[in-house]
Design a protein around this ligand. Structure first.
Ligand code: PAF
Length: 283
């Protein structure tokens, strides 16, 4: 696996591969790779000729007081994992390469609507930070395909919308959330959980499953289901930001006849903010 930090070097690789008409996949990450990320790499490996993985902790998607400075950096372990997963190239730029004039003096890519609901209500600048950095990575790598995890479902829809609105010829592939044996969605932020909190953490997924079972069983009072799940999370020791049943296609409020839904939740447990979501199908 090659490693590069500069856009010129990255483009040399891309140009050489393009001469052979290789299909190129990008897996954007912030590093501290776990089995969820490696599943994205495996997916990319299976459908593309060349796999580029980026590692960049993007300051623009962190708000004031969030964990940008303390975000876990495990570059050596990440490189070893990517070599094992047979990635072709690791692109690991620094902040100056990504934002030569700083994050305040850069073009901002904003996806209206999807940038302001749910996560956007609790982390106001987060989604614009994500869409901006992903647009930049797309411009640098110019991949044919990019893979994103369903765990960050709102992010996945945001990127799909970005690609559609900017007419970028990039296929966005969704990869299912990878979970620990007890159901907790894999996340770099799970490292912030103390042992006692780690034992409680799977309750988030259990509540989502409970909501799904109730909706699929015919319960139509969504607000009451959301409130009950939030209360159960509080009782377990969480501080929920939201539990919300939304339309799967665009995260709008579900209406009569919407059959493909998603229940999404974000909740603090100690110093970790956990997010998760699952699909709901009404027949
Ligand atoms: O999901 C992430 O790790 C990040 O939001 C992403 C897509 C790499 C952008 O920084």
């Amino acid at each position: 696996m090659d490693v590069c930090t500069q856009v010129d070097e990255l483009r040399q690789h891309i140009r050489a591969w393009r001469k052979h008409e290789s299909r190129i996949a990008l897996v954007p990450t912030m590093g501290n790779l776990h089995a969820g990320h490696l599943q994205l790499v495996r997916h990319a490996r299976a459908i593309a000729d060349r796999v580029v993985v980026s590692i960049f902790v993007n300051p623009m998607q962190f708000g004031a007081g969030e964990d940008c400075e303390s975000y876990p950096l495990t570059m050596d372990l990440d490189k070893a994992a990517l070599m094992d997963a047979d990635a072709d190239l690791l692109f690991a730029p620094n902040v100056h390469t990504m934002y030569p004039d700083g994050t305040r003096h850069t073009t901002v890519v904003a996806v209206p609507g999807l940038n302001s609901l749910l996560e956007g209500e609790h982390r106001p600048s987060h989604m614009n930070g994500v869409s901006t950095v992903v647009a930049k990575l797309f411009g640098m790598v110019q991949p044919d395909i990019a893979a994103f995890g369903e765990k960050d479902y709102q992010q996945l829809l945001l990127i799909r919308r970005l690609v559609q609105d900017l007419c970028l010829p990039i296929e966005i592939d969704a990869v299912e959330t990878v979970r620990e044996a007890d159901g907790l969605a894999m996340s770099s932020r799970n490292h912030y959980l103390q042992p006692q909190e780690r034992a409680i953490a799977p309750e988030l997924y259990r509540q989502l499953c409970r909501v799904r079972a109730q909706v699929e069983g015919g319960e139509a009072g969504f607000a009451a289901l959301e409130a009950a799940a939030s209360a159960a999370l509080v009782a377990a020791g969480f501080r929920p930001d939201y539990v919300s049943i939304r339309r799967a296609a665009d995260l709008g409020e579900p209406g009569v006849g919407d059959s493909s839904l998603r229940v999404l939740a974000a909740a603090w447990l100690g110093g970790a903010r956990l997010i998760d979501n699952i699909g709901i199908s009404i027949s």
